[in-house]
Design a protein around this ligand. Structure first.
Ligand SMILES: NC(=O)c1ccc[n+]([C@@H]2O[C@H](COP(=O)([O-])OP(=O)(O)OC[C@H]3O[C@@H](n4cnc5c(N)ncnc54)[C@H](O)[C@@H]3O)[C@@H](O)[C@H]2O)c1
Length: 342
């Protein structure tokens, strides 16, 4: 089955408001989730949504209260997310980082006690769309073993960087693991295998079975370099922002545990270092150099192609996911079937 972007937003917002999530929070969750699906990151799109319902039901995602600024300078802030929706906390935090960047050239906002935020690139896009450079990192509950080990200690620790330009969408948004954990969870739901060279079972042997991989570990991307980058993110999005690190991180994959991970949102105003238009032109000039032959993509091209495709052809909902939504709607005494079919 396929649904339109409007249907996806409406389904998510209706369910969340029924569960007493404030409208502003619900709309941000819906927007970030739709962004993931449009860009082709279905592992973090509507397929992830049933996890959030579990989080709301078990009280790990709160619907009351607001974020608190615990520490603040002209260019930095530390946010306590008070276990609200991670999407809302991250949105507000990036807004604050952007305000600071416009004033001082750079804004850096750390977050602790938040929740899973969906796709990192949504928040770097917020900066990019306002002519700022955006950089987002986060740690997650353990999934990746250090090189040479078989026990997961590091998270899948995503990184997203968005850069403004005059003609192109320039964005990298990726896990530092060979695959996002969400892709393994999605493969389990769909009954699919995962590619080779992505994960190990709990004995440390290569596996293409996503269930075995979830019990074992995911490999870092790019061998020792991915491990080294994930290692650094674990600290910059952990102890630096008063969040947990390594085996102490919980609640990003298991929604029934309180989330202890951290995030770091950075915005940079290029106009404080250079002429903004010259900078943006040079970004495009560099892309022209890179794309000097056919079939070369830049970071961000895949997302643009996917957005065009999904806007035109709709977003896939597999049978198991549809059934999960039907179960949720019955439990909440809502009639969502029509909303899926409209
Ligand atoms: N919330 C969390 O805790 C969490 C954790 C991990 C990952 N994630 C999210 O999962 C999503 C998927 O991550 P992933 O690692 O599976 O992504 P991926 O492996 O699909 O990589 C995506 C990135 O690679 C770029 N890319 C792809 N092909 C390219 C090419 N040929 N040339 C140049 N660039 C190319 C894309 O433009 C994109 O920026 C991301 O949105 C990430 O934020 C979230």
């Amino acid at each position: 089955m396929k649904i339109t972007p409007e249907q996806e937003k409406s389904i998510i917002t209706k369910i969340l408001t029924k569960l007493n999530v404030p409208t502003e929070h619900a709309e941000i969750v819906a927007d970030v989730t739709l962004d993931a699906d449009l860009k082709g990151f279905s592992s973090h799109g509507i397929g992830r949504f049933p996890q959030y319902i579990k989080g709301l039901k078990s009280g790990t995602i709160k619907t009351k209260g607001d974020i608190e600024i615990e520490n603040e300078t002209v260019s930095t802030a530390l946010i306590n997310g008070n276990h609200l929706f991670g999407h809302y906390v991250s949105y507000k935090s990036m807004q604050l980082a952007m305000e600071k960047a416009r004033e001082t050239g750079i804004g850096m906002v750390g977050i602790h006690d938040s929740n899973h935020f969906g796709v990192a690139g949504y928040y770097s896009d917020m900066a990019l769309m306002e002519d700022l450079v955006g950089l987002v990192i986060a740690n997650t509950e353990p999934a990746v073993a250090p090189i040479g080990g078989k026990i997961p200690i590091l998270g899948t620790n995503p990184i997203a960087i968005g850069i403004p330009s005059n003609k192109n969408y320039v964005s990298v948004d990726m896990a530092t693991s060979a695959s996002a954990r969400g892709k393994l969870m999605e493969a389990v739901r769909r009954g699919e295998k995962i590619p080779e060279n992505v994960a190990l079972d709990c004995e440390g042997n290569p596996t293409i079975d996503p269930q075995e991989a979830l019990k074992g570990s995911i490999l870092p991307f790019g061998a020792h370099k991915g491990y080294a980058l994930a290692f650094m993110i674990e600290i910059l999005a952990g102890p630096l922002v008063k969040a947990a690190f390594g085996t102490g991180v919980t609640g990003t994959a298991n929604p029934e545990e309180m989330c202890t991970k951290g995030d770091l949102m950075i915005a940079i105003d290029p106009s404080k270092l250079s002429d903004l238009n010259i900078f943006k032109d040079q970004v495009d000039e560099f892309i022209d150099q890179v794309k000097s032959t056919d079939n070369i993509f830049i970071p961000g091209d895949m997302e643009v192609m996917n957005v065009n495709n999904h806007q035109l052809n709709g977003i896939d909902i597999d049978d198991k996911l549809y059934q999960q939504f039907i179960d949720i709607s019955h439990e909440l005494k809502m009639d969502l079937e029509d909303l899926f079919k409209e």
